[in-house]
Design a protein around this ligand. Structure first.
Ligand code: HSE
Length: 430
């Protein structure tokens, strides 16, 4: 039997404790699968005295995780602290430079510094692994990087944020507004006290930037992910979407074309019969399309202690088995810099919801602006009366370019009868 793989765990929050629990519970199973034991030798967290429900007495305790880099008896540093910079980044750099492999669940770190860390790991001859950073328990990094390695990929998209999917499906099921559902999700502990990263699409954008790199062998480019969240979606949009055969999902979509790399995160209308539209509550799902395999679909729990720790431990097992290939499945110096494609180049159909005064001539004014911009409509609905004498008008356009839509919406938004900024949702026939 080979020597044990010795690991140090930085961060003992929900996921860190989950990693300790799995390594304890499945000690023998994991040893038989790897042909060697995996031993925790050191741990680090802010609060030493807190009862975490696991026995930590057998491990060396460090107040400062950066001290892991100086330990000769550690092979792998597991970072579960979070944040794109600060201690997480420093720990990654120091661990790699001191010849230790690095495993993380930190999507912000990999989205911002993935290519740099991959290069450093290649130079140092160590592994960097981050399966838990994208879609929690769904082994999507391995599925794309290894399982689909025979294919040229052209499209990857998915529901990558469980909080948003929970909010949207609850809004649909209960007919409640965004604020009400978010408040309830926070009360139940499903949503963070500060929900910004989740509901504004940033968490999805981090994950999408990583997926793009794995799928297309491009350097992670978070700064060029177009990002829109779900705060402006109202219960009426979900209801109107259903009337025209769609569901609203927050999607991350990445496509490599002759024009360059399109990466976008935004609420999207997807046909109700599509598998992605059936993904409910806090589940995640990913679709990856390759030239020989065609379309593949993965679904599972994207967050939570068990699923996330399961992915972290799978990475550790991978290293224990001696799999130390490149972080993005191609040598780091072969990752290319893709030309970003601006969202204004996007072409598609759009759902538009307008909140207008109920008076004569309003529709004529709106259609006149649309005519000026050569925007042709597929559907037009006028919905109900609000008590204040306003109504909703719902339009669905034929396929147009986004920059044309933006100009038309600016014109419509400037009409005195239009009471709030028009809302547009992209209709996706992926
Ligand atoms: N906050 C994320 C979500 C889970 O709601 O899906 C961690 O990536």
């Amino acid at each position: 039997m080979s020597n044990p793989l010795r690991i140090a765990v930085a961060g003992l929050g929900t996921v860190g404790v989950g990693v300790v629990k799995i390594l304890e519970t499945h000690k023998d199973l994991i040893q038989s699968r790897c042909g060697r034991a995996i031993e925790i030798v050191a741990v680090s967290a802010n609060n030493r005295v807190r009862d975490r429900g696991v026995d930590l007495t057998g491990y060396q305790w460090f107040d400062n995780a950066l001290d892991f880099a100086g330990l000769d008896d550690v092979d792998v540093v597991v970072e579960l602290i979070g944040g794109s910079d600060g201690i997480a980044k420093e720990l990654a750099q120091k661990s790699i430079a001191s010849g230790k492999s690095f495993v993380t669940a930190n999507k912000a770190l990999i989205a911002h510094h993935g290519a740099t860390l991959a290069n450093a790991a290649q130079e140092a001859g160590v592994a960097v692994r981050y399966e838990a950073a994208v879609a929690g328990g769904i082994p999507i990094i391995k599925a794309i990087g290894e399982g689909l390695a025979a294919n040229r990929l052209n499209l990857v998209y998915g529901i990558l944020n469980g909080t948003c999917n929970y909010i949207l499906t609850t809004m649909e099921a209960k007919g409640q507004g965004f604020d009400e559902v978010l408040a309830e999700a926070q009360r139940l502990g499903y949503a963070e006290a500060d929900p910004t990263f989740d509901v504004d699409g940033i968490d999805t954008a981090h994950k999408l930037a990583i997926l793009s790199s794995v799928a297309f062998a491009t350097e992670t480019d978070f700064d060029h992910v177009y990002t829109e969240g779900i705060r402006r979606i109202e219960a009426v949009d979900i209801e109107y979407a259903r009337e025209i055969g769609y569901r609203i999902k927050l999607l991350g979509i990445s496509r490599l074309t002759d024009k360059g790399l399109e990466q976008r995160v935004h609420p999207a209308m997807v046909k109700v019969e599509e598998p992605i539209a059936q993904v409910e509550e806090a589940f995640n799902a990913v679709v990856a399309e390759g030239d020989f395999i065609d379309r593949t679909f993965y679904q599972g729990r994207g967050a939570g202690q068990g699923p996330t720790a399961s992915a972290v431990v799978a990475d550790i097992i991978d290293i224990a088995r001696g799999h130390s290939g490149p972080a993005f499945f191609v040598p780091a110096d072969q990752l290319t810099k893709a030309k970003p494609v601006s969202i204004s180049e996007h072409e598609g159909a759009y759902y538009i919801r307008l909140h207008v005064q109920e008076k004569s001539g309003v529709i004529a004014d709106i259609t006149s602006v649309l005519k000026d911009h050569n925007v042709s409509l597929d559907v037009m609905l006028q919905k109900g009366h609000e008590q204040d004498g306003s109504v909703y008008i719902v339009l669905v356009t034929h396929k147009i370019q986004e920059k044309v839509l933006s100009e038309a919406l600016a014109g419509i938004g400037a009409l005195s009868s239009v009471q709030e900024e028009p809302l547009a949702i992209r209709i996706e026939n992926l």
